[in-house]
Design a protein around this ligand. Sequence first.
Ligand SMILES: Nc1ncnc2c1ncn2[C@@H]1O[C@H](COP(=O)(O)OP(=O)(O)OP(=O)(O)O)[C@@H](O)[C@H]1O
Ligand SMILES: CC(C)(CO)[C@@H](O)C(=O)[O-]
Ligand code: BAL
Length: 252
Amino acid sequence: MGALHNGHISLIKLAQQYADIIICSIFVNPTQFTDPKDLEKYPRPIEHDLAMLQSAGCTGVLMPTVEEMYPAEENDQWHIDLGKAEFLLEGEFRKGHYQGVTQIVKKLFDAVEPDVAMFGQKDFQQVLMIGNMVKYFDLPIQIVTCPIIREDDGLAMSSRNIHLSADDRKHSLVLSKSLQFVMDHFNEYSILELEAKAKDFYKNIEGVELDYFTIANGHTLEPAASKEEENLVVLVAAKVGSTRLIDNVILK
Ligand SMILES: Nc1ncnc2c1ncn2[C@@H]1O[C@H](COP(=O)(O)OP(=O)(O)OP(=O)(O)O)[C@@H](O)[C@H]1O
Ligand SMILES: CC(C)(CO)[C@@H](O)C(=O)[O-]
Ligand code: BAL
């Protein structure tokens, strides 16, 4: 969606290991926004983005307009079955978000016809939902998940970080610190204890409001039933000042 940072550039760099021709899309997709203010204030520094892509060795940029992606004459009633996980976590807090995401990603895939598509683990649930969309249409596209790139102090890079005030920026570290706590103490406590102790990190921080903090099954996103489960991921979303941030770590 543009406002590029080194997290995005890492996707381009990883793509170079898979393909000779790399196309980056920059499109702030209205149908995936549930909060109109979030859409309105989404940063759009286009010249800066193009310079970053050029120096990263990106071959081409797809930068359509809203009218090109959603022509008035097209009566596209997009709704596909993405499974139960669509309605959990981000899907609960941003209703309809993954219908909007999969709708635009299908359009972008149709335009580019890629062999491989790179997505960041930072949007863990998004990668799952796009994987489900690819299965739904049986698309011949390999989906690659790229690791989360962080600032030196641990904050996951995000275009929305630009909205953080100096105080928010300090407070934002609670996300990566609480995730790190779970990683460091995984063997010591039960799942419920880990979640409770991690949630305590969010108490009494001015301007920080936790949406969810969960240790979940990495396929279903349902709360983990036991530490012995094979795929476990810790996912968090919190509002820091007026900016909503997400982060996660894969435990196994
Ligand atoms: N810190 C990061 N490390 C790795 N990949 C990232 C990172 N941040 C974003 N990405 C990935 O880059 C792609 C484009 O993301 P997008 O344009 O939504 O930016 P974003 O930085 O996630 O923005 P925002 O956090 O405001 O939603 C997505 O696949 C996303 O997961
Ligand atoms: C997948 C995506 C391009 C759809 O607009 C967007 O959600 C993103 O960049 O993560
Ligand atoms: N980074 C995922 C897209 C979104 O937040 O809308």
